[in-house]
Design a protein around this ligand. Structure first.
Ligand SMILES: C[S@@+](CC[C@H](N)C(=O)[O-])C[C@H]1O[C@@H](n2cnc3c(N)ncnc32)[C@H](O)[C@@H]1O
Length: 301
């Protein structure tokens, strides 16, 4: 598109045609991606308006500044850049979070981790639990838990300083209290112990085909060695040293990794080992409870 003037309806029509022609923005296997809807989402976001507003004023002309922004976003979106990165914001657990190229865009699936965490904590009568979010990225899980449990003491770590800065700013903007720590997993946590440790660690294999469509998010947030299992195994091994008696470890993982994670938890000596399903019925969160008797039994072996 050029410096010509466009009404909203005209711009949408041309953008829709662009989406129809380009394949890069499509995610294979996702059925409900429609060029028309993409064009509407993009323009509404670029103008900071609702889609209803676009539909109400089809004959309104875009200003020059609006046109420049909409065209920039369209070009980037057609190359596969997620809308959340164009907007610089994404909603998680109904909280608006800033996201950048340094953070993973929090996925709706990860809200299941938050639900499971709240369920596990509800079984105990702790009024102010100590909770750790490992690999916090934008701060999504930690902030959702801090929002839901105002009495809890939240600690969140990431080894990416730029990601941690985004998480910290999100906490400040939302007025939620979390202790942010730059750390390679548990390395900077000393002897801290928690009633709940939760993590959505990198779990994709290096050759996972999904990576072709995730090029705008940090690889270090997505990929783990040993066919995607290395970080999951490391967290299962190290977590007991940082769990209170009867504390829970909850891990998000890929749909094919549940059995391996449960096996690792059982071998490490966790109790109540189980998996929880996402909305599609797939096992996407696994965890277990660490009981001190298990620790002493293992030490005796
Ligand atoms: C899959 S992302 C999850 C981000 C966020 N928790 C979410 O659910 O949206 C994994 C995060 O773990 C962090 N990470 C990877 N390896 C790490 C390590 N060794 N120590 C601490 N954080 C790590 C990455 O920087 C990234 O932010």
């Amino acid at each position: 598109m050029s410096s010509k003037r466009y009404t909203l309806a005209q711009w949408l029509q041309q953008a829709e045609a662009g989406f129809r022609e380009h394949a890069q923005w499509r995610i294979p296997g996702v059925a409900d991606q429609s060029p028309r809807r993409e064009a509407q989402w993009l323009l509404a976001a670029a103008l900071s308006q609702t889609q209803a507003w676009l539909m109400t004023w089809p004959e309104r002309e875009l200003t020059e500044a609006q046109l420049i922004r909409a065209e920039d976003w369209l070009a980037r979106r057609l190359q596969g850049e997620p809308l959340a990165l164009l907007r610089g914001e994404h909603e998680f657990w109904s909280l608006p979070l800033t996201v950048t190229a340094d953070t993973l865009i929090p996925r709706a699936d990860t809200e299941r981790v938050v639900e499971v965490a709240l369920g596990c904590l509800a079984q105990s009568d702790l009024s102010a639990p100590d909770i750790l979010d490992l690999g916090t990225g934008s701060g999504a899980i930690a902030l959702a838990l801090a929002h839901s449990l105002p009495q809890a003491h939240l600690v969140a770590v990431d080894r990416s300083a730029p990601a941690l800065a985004v998480a910290e700013a999100n906490g400040r903007d939302l007025g939620l209290s979390v202790q942010w720590i730059l750390s390679d997993w548990f390395s900077a946590l000393g002897t801290m112990r928690f009633h709940l440790i939760v993590s959505n660690p990198p779990y994709l294999a290096e050759d996972d085909l999904h990576l072709l469509h995730l090029q705008h998010e940090p690889r270090s947030a997505l990929v783990a060695e040993s066919n995607g299992m290395a970080d999951l195994w490391q967290l299962v091994t190290m977590a007991p040293a940082h769990l209170q008696d009867h504390g829970w470890l909850l891990l998000e993982h890929g749909a094919t990794q549940a059995e391996a994670v449960r096996e690792a938890l059982q071998q490490r000596g966790f109790e109540q080992v189980q998996s929880w399903q996402d909305l599609a019925g797939q096992d996407r969160v696994s965890g277990g409870q660490w009981c001190v008797s298990a620790e002493s039994t293992l030490a005796d072996r």
